[in-house]
Write a new protein. Structure first.
Length: 253
């Protein structure tokens, strides 16, 4: 069973690791190529775009893919939409692996907003020293805020217009509560901005912000396209693939 796994997330790597070690699976992982030094999964890997939904459809057909697993970041809306369009009416099932969203806890001071523009507007009224944890893409939405100072954390340096008062911190998670608390204290952060990514890779910042009484601007996830199968964990995705492989084997026998 040939499986295309989309995404450079931890879940995508874990699924590739598990499936690559099981008989009957042939795994191809696809990374967008936006990170300069990505963590590579086990098995075959391709890097770069497909050329939209049509290009992905053609690639899936040409490479004999039996199932597509969308394990991309919850904010990778374009590739998720392309994946759904590519396999529509093709008979190739689309399995969407979506980690659960974060939920506010007692003591949290969250301000939920629909997008980056709304986040920039909220920040302007919430604080003067901002911890921006949205990755390198989208930082330009805050470029016009000259009254705030920004600690901008990303894996790679952000490009394009940037806020005039800033410090760039290049780092890759997972992060610890102790480390996040130290950053908040050292830089006198009074507002944190992050995407509702879910998972535990970057959740420590929320705990640290709660302890420090710092408000958090949480950017809501984009709307997801429909999937044939929706799962929340790697184990659930693995189990579905096992059942699909068994069914396929039975049909061939």
């Amino acid at each position: 069973m040939r499986i295309l796994i989309l995404g450079g997330t931890r879940e995508a790597r874990e699924l590739a690791h598990i499936a690559s070690g099981e008989r009957g699976f042939e795994i191809v992982s696809s990374l967008a190529g936006r990170v300069r030094t990505p963590l590579l999964p086990e098995g075959a890997v391709r890097v770069g775009g497909f050329g939209g939904a049509e290009g992905l459809r053609d690639w899936v057909a040409a490479n004999g893919i039996d199932a597509v697993v969308d394990a991309t970041h919850p904010f990778a809306a374009t590739i998720s939409a392309n994946a759904a369009a590519a396999v529509k009416d093709s008979g190739v099932p689309l399995v969407c692996l979506r980690r659960p969203s974060w939920s506010a806890q007692t003591g949290d001071r969250w301000v939920r907003v629909p997008d980056l523009a709304a986040a920039a507007e909220a920040v302007a009224a919430l604080g003067e020293r901002v911890f921006l944890t949205i990755g390198r893409q989208g930082v330009r939405a805050f470029a016009g805020l000259g009254g705030q100072w920004f600690l901008i954390r990303a894996i790679d340096p952000p490009e394009g217009p940037l806020p005039p008062h800033r410090e760039i911190l290049l780092a890759r998670g997972p992060f610890t509560v102790e480390g996040e608390s130290r950053l908040i204290a050292q830089h006198r952060i009074d507002v944190l901005v992050g995407k509702d990514s879910g998972g535990d890779q970057t959740a420590a910042k929320l705990v640290a912000a709660r302890a420090a009484g710092v408000p958090v601007v949480v950017i809501d996830r984009p709307k997801f396209p429909e999937c044939d199968v929706l799962v929340e964990t790697v184990a659930q995705a693995r189990d579905w693939l096992r059942r699909a492989a068994a069914a396929t084997s039975g049909e061939r026998e």
